[in-house]
Write a protein that binds this ligand. Structure first.
Ligand SMILES: Cc1ncc(COP(=O)(O)O)c(C=O)c1O
Length: 461
């Protein structure tokens, strides 16, 4: 990237696009890996989900709108359940949580991870059995821990010595024995296609393995005997495609398991390897199937347990993005199309960084298609941007759209189920979009659109 006095974003001016992005033979084609499973292009050229045209969805619910293919989400839950039949699959609710989704994942046999009181309240209010809830977080308050105990959550993943003390006091007061896992920082950082195994563990989550804190946390819990230590937990990153990061983390965490056995004579019965399994946002991504993942994770755990002479613990995983990410697309209406004299074409839509912060926050790549019609125009490399007062308000950095894309067209961005609505903001006082679930040709609102009245209701000054 060229240096530029106005900063990195301004330096990235080129109309070439990234090397992996190819001019499509058919600009109307939908790449199946990127879209919810029921998405097709109808005879009229408009994109349809579960048989319902996006034109009808936009007419009924407005834009922007997050569109959830319910059968797709359920089928991804089932794929994980089938691949991990004897393990526990915890859906990581931080990816996207609302009551309808809690019910869907509960009906499909998944467990649920929450990491705040708000997520816990949502899970409980939707009837998630508390024993199937895991509670995460590096700074759970005393009130949140108390609520978790009162609700009877199945396990709490402890993250600091302060938390162990707080939870121990709360458990003593209540006369209960909560089940806990110790979150271990294993010194593996995995993101997208790479992983780095580092000796130092400079991050806020968990207990350091290398520094001995993880072992000390386990010893403290075992020695005090108030909390029931079920096992160890490690989560190494996000959007991971390379299983070797899990291999290194499993080896390290199981070595700690052996150390605990040798020191205290206790073999912990559970092991959680976290989430972070990658999905396809663009054609450059090639995610593993749940079956592949299961095979690889089991092989890693089996061989590491054999090496340490440990019984294989009961395994759990925590996919968030891989369950909900591909099940959703965001539907926007185009407001303006600006051609910078051949330098770049900006297609502005009626949302942006308030409904999808990932591009600005993580430099994430997305795809897009003209959704309300098919076009016979040539493919044109475009940048899809939002309506916010930030030049970094980019939804899709580079994508081929038909050259006749125009105001009033609908554009759909796939892969927006995870960390988009859940990270949405009201920047520029833009109300957050609704979430609509579509199943068998029927659309149902599951999260309504925020209104200006909602925003003003908080403004009590
Ligand atoms: C502890 C833990 N588990 C699971 C997840 C889910 O990750 P993903 O949605 O990438 O699968 C996260 C994400 O940050 C996490 O912190």
């Amino acid at each position: 990237m060229r240096a530029h006095e106005a900063g990195a974003l301004h330096a990235d001016i080129s109309n070439q696009g990234p090397a992996w992005l190819r001019t499509p033979a058919d600009v109307n084609a939908l790449v199946p890996a990127l879209w919810p499973r029921s998405v097709t292009r109808g005879a009229d050229g408009a994109v349809a989900v579960a048989g319902l045209s996006v034109r009808d969805i936009a007419a009924e619910f407005g834009t922007p709108v997050y569109v959830l293919d319910e059968a797709d989400l359920r089928s991804r839950c089932r794929d994980f359940r089938a691949a991990f039949p004897t393990e526990d699959v915890f859906y990581a609710g931080k990816a996207f949580l609302c009551r309808a989704v809690v019910r869907m994942i509960a009906e499909e046999g998944l467990h649920l991870d929450v990491c705040t009181g708000g997520e816990l309240a949502t899970a409980l209010s939707a009837g998630m059995p508390p024993e199937r809830i895991g509670f995460h977080g590096n700074n759970k308050s005393v009130a949140e821990l108390g609520r978790a105990l009162d609700a009877g959550v199945g396990r709490i993943i402890v993250d600091s010595f302060t938390e162990i003390d707080r939870l121990t006091a709360l458990a003593r007061e209540r006369g209960v024995r909560p089940r806990v896992l110790v979150r271990v920082t294993v010194g593996v950082e995995a993101h997208t296609h790479e992983f780095i195994a580092t000796a130092h563990e400079d991050q806020k989550f968990g207990f350091s393995l290398a520094g001995g804190a993880a072992a000390n946390a386990a010893f403290k819990i075992l020695d005090e005997g108030v909390l029931e230590l079920r096992g160890l937990h490690s989560h190494i990153g996000s959007q991971i495609f390379d299983a070797s990061g899990f291999e290194v983390s499993a080896r390290r965490v199981l070595a700690l398991q052996a150390q605990i056995r040798d020191a205290r004579g206790v073999e912990l019965p559970e092991l959680d390897l976290g989430g972070g399994f990658g999905i396809a946002y663009t054609t450059q991504d090639d995610p593993a199937t749940p079956q592949d993942l299961a095979k690889r994770l089991r092989k890693i755990v089996d061989s590491e347990c054999a090496a340490e002479n440990l019984a294989v613990p009961h395994l759990s995983i925590e996919p968030g993005r891989a369950i909900v990410g591909p099940a959703v697309f965001t539907l926007y209406e185009v407001g303006t199309v600006k051609d910078l004299d051949g330098l770049r074409t900006y297609v502005s839509v009626d949302g942006g960084m308030s409904d999808n912060i990932r591009t600005a926050l993580y430099d994430a790549s997305y795809s897009a298609t003209l959704a309300s019609r098919a076009s016979t125009a040539q493919p044109l490399l475009a940048r899809v941007v939002g309506k916010h007062c930030e030049s970094g308000d980019i939804v899709v950095k580079d994508e081929f759209l038909p050259a006749d894309v125009q105001p009033g067209d609908l554009v759909a961005v796939p892969g927006t189920g995870a960390y988009c609505r859940s990270m949405a903001s009201n920047y520029n006082h833009v109300p957050r979009p609704p979430v609509v679930a579509v199943r068998d040709g029927q659309a149902r609102l599951i999260v309504r659109r925020e209104t200006e009245e909602d925003l003003l209701a908080l403004d009590v000054g």
